[in-house]
Write a protein that binds this ligand. Structure first.
Ligand code: OOB
Length: 570
């Protein structure tokens, strides 16, 4: 392939910060990529290299603390080598996809980096996902393997993995981070434990041998799931180049360096916890990662005090529980003096909670407005307090282009609300395996975020709302269309509308308005029905309301504004 030339003369005004960088020709992703490389953003390092470099610079520094165990960088690097070799020797090839469903614990990072080092692509599912979600993800990704815990949170993931393997014929291997269920799994084609993989034992029938070329920086490093608006999962393929840049630049924005300790309080598979700067950013700079088994204040504060945590991240609803515990302690009052930066993002943080962080936690607040599709915005650690408490920050770099447009796609002036479109060094140009009709991008490659923002003259963005149909429940994104689909499968329901209503604790919660007469099930029955269908429990509506009919618009669609007006307060 020829490298496209980069035009440097008479640049048109860039869409990001006017006059700072030349983005002409960037509608062609190859031109943009060549420029990100030339500008030194994309450095050609893979995720495996990030770890290798930190291991050679700080071999004896603690890399990961989890579940009462700790690994130095040298140990983590060796473990990752072993998993990479085991992955290859079991016949998983470069570019093939593996669905990883691991909870917060000591296995997640070794597996993530091990697969990435082998060039095998982890697809990050949530521990809460059940047969419906995992099957859909494995199918869309054409996954060849699954990595699951044994029993986690009193749920046995092995029968679930077996069911997904039945549903999706491309899945030929299951790796259990724990014990195999019993003799019936032992001889099962392709099944092994993570320890088997690490010691390279039990070669499968389809061994192709270890080695082979490692991943290229432009290869997909990992696949994230979109907090999408449809029932079908949208897969987000992030490259080594873009993810490594996202991690390193974010570490810089958060003041995270080799002397820092990052606490992963939110679930480890979420993009915020991974790369903003998260665990991948921490590994990139040689910081220590502490993995919290639970985000509750007692666990988090105990870990902060014990390990001298300097940085952590929360969604607004979680932050509120931390602040409450400091205001009115229900347990021992821990020494949090090591804490320097508390990042908050995933959903809109209210100004009052924001203003409480410094006083109650003794740390600088950093607001983070990010998305798995790529863009990360941060308030700067030295921004004036009013910007830190009232805005969601500025894009990570001058190469992150921001457009704020009206419904017709015309730019709006600074200060006016509009739709946020973005293009940049971390932002994807398309989904992998997007359902037909997905209209997520403009012709010149801008991602339509679905968020409504105001841009201040300083470049800071304020998130003022959302145009996409999505419920943001404690930062967890739920698609009303998907939940409605599951509800309509119940014989007692003839029509259903799911809307987001404000919730003091979670930010938003789901209310389902159901039609179907006497047969309409209650919430508990729906919870059982969803579990039987293999749907994640967090999708069960928080409240159920019965009505004779749903309000319709003139052309016969569900009138969501009217539904919301009906049930909006409860
Ligand atoms: C993060 O990623 P996703 O993919 O789960 O969700 C992205 C969406 C955004 O489009 C926006 O609607 C919302 O979550 N969001 C926020 C926000 N941060 C994310 N809305 C208001 N204020 C914020 N600070 O949620 C994510 C990824 C990386 C870092 C942080 C969050």
């Amino acid at each position: 392939a020829t490298t496209p030339s980069i035009r440097t003369t008479s640049p048109p005004p860039p869409a990001g910060r006017p006059g700072t960088v030349d983005v002409s020709g960037f509608e062609d992703p190859r031109v943009a990529a060549a420029t990100y490389r030339a500008a030194g953003l994309w450095t050609g390092r893979t995720l495996g290299n990030l770890l290798r470099d930190s291991a050679s610079q700080h071999p004896n520094r603690t890399a990961v603390v989890a579940g009462g165990r700790r690994w130095t960088y040298a140990e983590l690097d060796r473990r990752v080598d072993a998993i990479a070799a085991g992955t290859r020797s079991r016949g998983l090839d470069r570019g093939e996809r593996v669905v990883v469903q691991l909870p917060s614990g000591g296995e997640f990072l070794p597996v993530l980096f091990g697969l990435a080092r082998a060039g095998v692509v982890p697809v990050l599912a949530l521990p809460a996902h059940r047969r419906t979600e995992l099957t859909a993800v494995a199918r869309a990704a054409q996954a060849v393997a699954l990595v699951v815990p044994g029993v986690h949170a009193r749920f046995d993931h092995r029968p679930l993995a077996r069911a997904v393997q039945q549903d999706v014929p491309s899945v030929r291997t299951v790796v259990v981070a724990g014990d195999l269920a019993g003799p019936e799994d032992d001889g099962r084609d392709g099944w092994c434990t993570l320890s088997d993989l690490e010691i390279g034992g039990r070669p499968a029938a389809h061994v192709t041998g270890p080695g082979g070329p490692g991943p290229e920086p432009s290869d997909t490093a990992l696949v994230l799931l979109s907090g999408g608006t449809t029932g079908t999962p949208k897969l987000i393929a992030r490259t080594h180049d873009d993810y490594a840049w996202n991690a390193v630049a974010s570490a810089d924005a958060a003041g995270l360096d080799a002397t820092s300790t990052y606490l992963a309080a939110l679930p480890v598979a979420h993009n915020f916890t991974l790369v903003s700067p998260g665990t991948v950013g921490a590994v990139a700079v040689g910081a220590t990662v502490v993995v919290a088994p639970s985000p509750d204040p007692a666990t988090v504060f105990g870990l902060v005090a014990r390990h001298g945590v300097t940085h952590t991240a929360a969604v607004p609803s979680l932050l509120a529980t931390w602040l409450d515990e400091r205001l009115a302690p229900t347990g021992p009052v821990e020494d949090l003096s090591s804490l320097r930066v508390v990042q908050v993002g995933g959903a809109r943080l209210d100004d009052t909670t924001a203003a409480g962080v410094q006083g109650l936690l003794g740390a600088r607040l950093q607001q983070v407005f990010g998305m798995a599709e790529g863009l990360n915005c941060y308030t700067a650690l030295d921004d004036p307090d009013d910007l830190v408490t009232t805005t969601q920050g500025r894009p990570l770099s001058e190469w992150d282009e921001i457009r704020v447009v009206d419904d017709a796609g015309h730019g709006v002036p600074d200060g006016a609300p509009g739709h946020l479109l973005t293009r940049g060094p971390a932002t994807i140009r398309d989904y992998l395996a997007a359902p037909a009709g997905t209209d997520g991008f403009t012709a010149d490659g801008f991602y339509r975020t679905g968020d409504l923002v105001r841009r201040l003259p300083s470049g800071h963005l304020v998130v003022v709302g959302r145009a996409k149909e999505l419920v943001n429940r404690s930062g967890e994104k739920i698609s009303p269309a998907e939940v409605e689909g599951h509800l309509l499968a119940h014989p007692g329901i003839t029509a259903a509308a799911v809307v987001a209503v404000p919730d003091p604790e979670r930010g938003e919660r789901t209310v389902a308005v159901l039609v179907g007469g006497a047969g309409v099930p209650d919430r508990r029955t729906i919870a059982v029905f969803f579990a039987e269908r293999g749907v994640a429990a967090y999708k069960v509506p928080d409240a159920v309301v019965r009505r004779e009919r749903l309000p319709l618009t003139a052309i016969g669609k569900i009138d969501r504004a009217a539904v919301l007006a009906d049930v909006g307060s409860g």
